[in-house]
Write a protein that binds this ligand. Structure first.
Ligand code: ADP
Length: 561
């Protein structure tokens, strides 16, 4: 219910909008002095938003407002005598003490954004409470921005025109805006003879999309790529402990018996219509045991789903082994978001292989090299070099570049690039003269439902690929997520071909200098006169001499590449 008996509904709505607009305007346009920005932000907000009439427009859901009425009756009388304030007019401040505001806040009453900011600044309200206490998510974000930094410092971090309902309690906390990342497309790319697609890549690495695009052209001219899932299963591995090792051995023997596995599976599968337990491996470490559950999760990447399902199975296991102590539901042999040989060897998420055969003529016309040169570079770099580095799942050129870009564009969990980009790349010169190229990615951890896939922009990228959300009813659950894994592998192949070719022809540095370096004068901020005269902290921090137009990052960093 809305406690504003004296204001008509429509007028309320528009006045509310006006206030929010004004508030946003203040947040984005005001200049602030770093020395007193908190006070200045508060003052700006209070001057414009503190009238009784305007305050009431923010009073939502307060059923017991008798105390509010009596406390503010004198203010209201004063208000009634004055003429109706115009929007933007600076009104006299109606003082309310911090104690008054704090009391109102603590009893759950609604406050003006400016007053909430005053409480935040004094540690009387918590940043995390804003979304639940202000009239809309965007206002909550706006108040938090005024709380965390001088307003002008955040001016270029956008926060309007974003549907925060998909974010709150789902994707991010303490939100102050969103970082726009450019999205390019690589393609067309024909996978398994289907209609060609364009693959969205969100990146700030210049040359990456162009290079992947070149790889797509080579693949298209060679008839397309074939990509197949050869294993599937998200994993979660709790660690448990007994008093002595022999009990852990008993646990392993019990779990390994097919009848007992079936009992655990029925608990696991009952937790979600999409969770299906396929394997459970037990590894011992003295009196501790690591139980790695592997199961299908439909179109979800599956970490939430598999954790819930594992927890349900573990409750059952606990009833069979009362002395077992579950030390952690995630015991690191899962392994999520850490480089680990177990993922490389056993797989996680979807295991995908993609390959194609490129005629020598295409290798020459598009990639400007030869199958033999590519095969030689692959042996030296991908086989010998990766071995020399002791790489785990790293015998590839830059799979992570493509995986990260597609992950970010399509709302995947970016940290899972760690395992998802494990990739073996193979380039072989065939006797017929063509080039055989393959990539094998055993751990593509991706989904088309859940997580960041629900965010509108990310969902659009999935829509573009025709695989947003749950798989159609005519397909098995997981078909969409599998298609995404196949697309990622196919695009990785394109990226690998192009970068390996660039290495063969020594184009890497020149194309990066051309496409990966801004020629805008980005960092011209300090004049020589304003450079500090005090001792610099680092011996390399020399003041830059010369005309002011020369003082750019290009001058500073010309030796990096
Ligand atoms: P994750 O496990 O990837 O973190 P969640 O479990 O949080 O994702 O989100 C998946 C949710 O989507 C679950 O509630 C699940 O029941 C629902 N869902 C709807 N359709 C599907 C589908 N086709 N595949 C998997 N989950 C689905």
């Amino acid at each position: 219910s809305c406690s504003m008996p004296d204001v008509a509904g429509e007028a309320k709505a528009s006045s509310n909008d006006d206030i929010i607009d004004k508030f946003r305007e203040l947040l984005t346009s005001s200049e602030s002095n770093p020395a007193n920005w908190k006070e200045r932000a508060e003052e700006l907000l209070r001057q414009s938003l503190v009238s009784r009439e305007r305050r009431t427009t923010f009073t939502f859901g307060d059923d017991d407002d008798s105390s509010e009425e009596s406390r503010d009756s004198s203010e209201m009388a004063a208000q009634a005598n004055s003429s109706k304030p115009q929007l933007g007019e600076v009104l006299p401040t109606l003082e309310r003490t911090i104690e008054e505001l704090e009391n109102d806040w603590n009893r759950g009453a609604d406050l003006l954004p400016g007053d909430v900011l005053r409480l935040l600044n004094r540690g009387k309200a918590k940043s995390r409470e804003l979304e639940g206490r202000l009239p809309d998510y965007e206002t909550a974000v706006a108040v938090r921005r005024a709380f965390v930094a001088p307003l002008d410092r955040l001016a270029k971090l956008p926060y309007t025109d974003y549907d925060y309902k998909f974010v709150t309690n789902a994707c991010c906390e303490n939100v102050v805006g969103y970082v726009p990342v450019p999205v390019g497309v690589a393609g067309p790319l024909k996978i398994n003879g289907e209609l060609p697609i364009y693959v969205p890549m969100a990146t700030t690495e210049g040359a990456l999309v162009a290079s992947t695009n070149r790889g797509c052209t080579a693949i298209m001219k060679s008839g397309g790529v074939s990509a197949h899932i050869y294993a599937e299963g998200m994993t979660r591995a709790p660690v448990v402990q007994f008093e002595r090792a022999h009990e852990a051995v008993k646990l392993k023997q019990w779990v390994d018996a097919p009848d007992n596995f079936a009992k655990l599976k029925s608990e696991f599968d009952a937790s979600s219509r999409f969770a299906k337990l396929d394997r459970l491996e037990v590894r011992l470490d003295g009196r501790q045991a690591h139980l790695r559950f592997t199961g299908k999760t439909g179109d979800a990447m599956g970490m939430n789903m598999i954790s819930k399902a594992t927890s349900q199975s573990m409750k059952f296991l606990q009833s069979v082994f009362p002395t077992m102590k579950v030390v952690a539901l995630s015991g690191n042999s899962c392994t999520d978001k850490k480089a680990a040989a177990i993922n490389w060897i056993s797989g996680r998420g979807r295991s995908v292989v993609a390959d194609c055969v490129l005629p020598a003529s295409v290798v020459k016309s598009v990639l400007k090299t030869t199958p033999a040169a590519l095969a030689e570079a692959a042996r030296a770099k991908l086989d010998s070099g990766s071995a020399a580095a002791g790489a785990i799942g790293g015998s590839n050129a830059h799979a992570a570049n493509i995986v990260a870009a597609v992950f970010i564009a399509t709302g995947q969990d970016a940290a899972q690039v760690v395992s998802s980009s494990m990739c073996a790349t193979r380039l072989e010169a065939l006797e017929c003269g063509s080039l055989y190229a393959s990539v094998t990615l055993p751990c593509v951890e991706c989904g088309t439902v859940g997580g960041g896939t629900v965010l509108p922009a990310q969902r659009s990228c999935l829509e573009m690929l025709g695989i947003a959300g749950p798989s159609p009813a005519t397909c098995a659950p997981g078909t969409n997520a599998a298609a995404l894994a196949q697309i990622i592998a196919a695009t990785v192949l394109a990226g690998e071909l192009s970068l390996m070719a660039a290495l063969c022809t020594d184009d890497l540095v020149s194309s990066h200098l051309k496409l990966n370096r801004s020629r805008l004068n980005l960092y011209e901020t300090q004049s020589a006169a304003s450079l500090p005269t005090v001792q610099l902290l680092h011996p390399n921090m020399q003041p830059i001499r010369g005309k002011s137009s020369d003082r750019t990052i290009k001058v500073n960093c010309s030796s990096i590449l």
